[in-house]
Design a protein around this ligand. Structure first.
Ligand SMILES: C[S@@+](CC[C@H](N)C(=O)[O-])C[C@H]1O[C@@H](n2cnc3c(N)ncnc32)[C@H](O)[C@@H]1O
Length: 196
């Protein structure tokens, strides 16, 4: 993760965050309960949105993002602990968390399958997984455009892939989809999942 990406991330996301994203994030995070782990917490944009949960453990591999996320701790109404880690190897015991949250992260994680195995391991068997992601679109022309843009986009946006089929990846890796909502013509989705 580059320092430049971390520095400009909130600035470029601001128009989206002040628009529909705030509502999408809020609606999704209302479903979190108990002990929560947030994967790839970035600049901590979700921190103020957690209500009525026991605690949040925010993991994030980039020290630059972590520094920025600390400024959002004061706005949180629940205890939040930030730990530097990638999702592929999580430093927690089996069945630790009631809820796993990841927002705009599965587009970037290098090893998604390994990360999903780790999520399955650290989540309680009856736990909940809440995702907000951008994905490959259903429209074949737009999907082709996403594929063509990805090599350039990924260079500017620190490895972000525009054409990942995250819904299919997650459901093929041992998660059962309870609810799927699509936004912006299916460019963005939220998923509520449980372990199969
Ligand atoms: C596009 S940002 C999203 C940040 C934040 N979750 C949000 O909703 O705005 C992607 C985040 O994923 C993190 N990330 C990249 N590789 C990761 C990995 N292997 N495990 C966990 N997080 C990762 C990045 O450091 C970055 O903070």
């Amino acid at each position: 993760m580059s320092q430049t990406f971390a520095k400009w991330y909130d600035f470029f996301m601001y128009p989206l965050e002040q628009g529909k994203f705030k509502q999408i994030r809020g609606e999704l995070l209302k479903k979190a309960h108990g002990k929560v782990i947030e994967i790839g917490a970035g600049t901590g944009i979700n921190f103020p949105l957690y209500k009525r949960v026991e605690s949040v453990t925010a993991i994030e591999p980039s020290s630059f993002m972590i520094e920025r996320s600390k400024k959002n701790l004061h706005a949180a109404s629940v205890p939040i602990d930030i730990i530097q880690s990638g999702a592929e190897k999580l430093p927690f015991s089996d069945h630790t968390f009631d809820t796993v949250v990841a927002t705009l992260v599965f587009c970037t994680i290098p090893d998604t399958e390994k990360s999903l195995q780790e999520i399955k391991r650290i989540c309680k068997p009856n736990g909940k997984i809440l995702l907000f992601e951008h994905v490959k679109m259903d429209n074949p022309y737009l999907a082709r455009l996403q594929k063509q843009l990805t090599p350039y986009w990924s260079k500017i946006c620190d490895g972000c892939q525009l054409d990942r089929e995250t819904v299919q990846t997650v459901t093929a890796n041992g998660f059962h989809l309870i609810e799927l909502k699509k936004y912006y013509h299916g460019l963005f989705v939220t998923m509520e999942l449980e372990i199969k």
